[in-house]
Design a protein around this ligand. Sequence first.
Ligand code: GDP
Length: 685
Amino acid sequence: MSIRVHKLAKDLGLTSKELIEKLHKLKIKAKGHMSSLDDDTATLVKEELTASVKTRKTKEKTVAPKEKKTVSTKEKPVVVAVPCAAPEPAEEKAPEPSLELKVLKIDIPITVKELAVKLQTKPNELIKRLLSKKILITINQSLGEETAGPIAEDFGYKIERLPTQEEALLQDHQEEVDPKKLKPRAPIVTLMGHVDHGKTSLLDMIRETKVVDKEAGGITQHIGAYEVVLPKGKVTFLDTPGHAAFTAMRARGANVTDIVVLVVAADDGIMPQTIEAIDHARAANVPIVVAINKIDRPNINLDKVKKQLASINLVPEDWDGKTITVGVSAKTGQGIDELLEMLLLEAEMLELKADPDRPANGIVVEAELSKGKGPVATVLVSNGTLSVGDVIIVGLNYGRIKAMLDDKGHRVKDACPSKPVEILGLSGVPLAGERFYTVTDEKKAIDIVTKRRLEEGRKKLEASAKKISLEDLYDKIKEGEVKELKIILKADVQGSLEAIKDSLIKLSTEEVKLSAIHSQVGNINESDVMLATASNAVILGFHVDITPNAKALSKQEGVDIRLYNIIYEAVNDVKAAMEGMLEPVIEETFLGRAEVREIFKVSRVGLVAGCFISKGRIPRDAICKILRDKDVVFKGKISSLKHFKDDMKEAKEGFECGISFSFNDIKKGDIIEAIEVRKVARRLK
Ligand code: GDP
């Protein structure tokens, strides 16, 4: 019997890297996280390390203070000198109450039924408990870690997630790269900039002059990306220009772009979308090379554009700054060679490298259902070499690669890192931005994809993944999850933008830094929400509106948007949020109105109001207000809602019903209003 390093690390609550370091200190050989240790060594290591690890984990395990003392590194010299084993000072000050939670190792997601067995309770008990937490779920539905964790604690258990089959697979792909095996790869470039500044024209011009002419008679295929081969190296261009696509990919976790070419028309200069593009690139930490386009036009002033660039922190190199700027024309082709050369130079500085000799993984840049070929996807390999015949999984799809075509429509057998290829043979159409991984066989691929599909269904049932909100900021700071609060600011005038930005940045503390990743005049749009999603930011607006599309998207993505009219209120809110003092407000939504037309006295029930629903609906479980001459005389739950003798779930507009409350002073002529009460993010208008 033996145990893998990553498994042992998990058991000990360490990362593989931490464990390997410790093993080396114990003079035990372990190359990587997939290395094996025999049982005896593992037991020894466990004994040796548990003492030191425990102190690290006291917070989770809530070890009793007494026990904690005995394992303190101060009193008992630990064999291995491990820096991370020092007890956390905060815990010494305030020992947590001893509440031993038993550790339970389970597969996640887990069905209610399975979890009940593990928690040694009845499924019904578990369902009841979940219901009390407002989670409505049936016995065969699955729970994720975020739900199963807290509920297990109620039963005295702390759950630990066993690595999924998928994680085991991904670990093959994440095996540490050997620096010696790394080879330079082509930079992947996206063009961004204001509309009509010439992004598409530039992409076309580069393709026509640099791709086709090498291939006598060949025509380029639009597969979503193309490669330019130059004497000094290759450059890969993504065919979808603009920051919307760029950030949409990023929101799915795919940072494919290595360099952004910011296209600025020489005759137009910096425009609003230029600024947006810059902020999107910066939020992604992607370097920018500026192409000043349309230099063939008469009466243009390059210096004017450079001055504008300098004013937004893109100081051109020829002005002693760091930003590479190249004058180009997508019409005449002027400057394009220089631009390409600059891209190679920038790539060299970035030291872009990949290991072509490992299991291949990469990203989908475009995909569609082709009439003749079935699902096709253009992918860029990140690491490894993808070959015809490989089995891959990608999102909720899988397949054995039947054929691969390059950007000139030629069949190719292999694709090395950064080379765009269209692949055929997938089970369905993947999404742009999804990552693919090669796996050893089709059965494994099907297993993983089936699990992913189940998981997908579960995720849809549970609330959409929440992004950072001001409400949960404090907890996240405390848990050390958030070290930086990213903010997107939108205002009606430039003056307010600057003022609020300054006041907010000043709120930064040692624990959390506040940074405005994008601030601009104008309404909150989809692009802002996308940026917030991709960067986990909150959006603050002043005297602005949210476009309907942005509103819908923010709901879907769980992005926190707050609108204000007064700067100081926003600053106060953020401050309060950082201190954990931000209370949510209670929002009432009107559901329906009933007129009390008659009062009946019913024995054992009390007063029943005979009502007519004049507007909307009155659900049985709604909170109601009883209004008399505009005064609220009662607010509370309905005791019974009936139509004659039958209980009703809901009474609808135009119908009659009998309603009773735990209020025995209801009168003819009163108005009953049903409302929905929700706790919502505080939003000052
Ligand atoms: P995009 O919206 O940024 O993709 O811009 P397009 O590539 O669609 O270009 C917008 C307009 O500018 C088109 O009418 C192009 O013909 C024109 N255009 C683009 N580049 C140049 C250029 O270098 N010189 C001139 N004179 N016109 C250009």
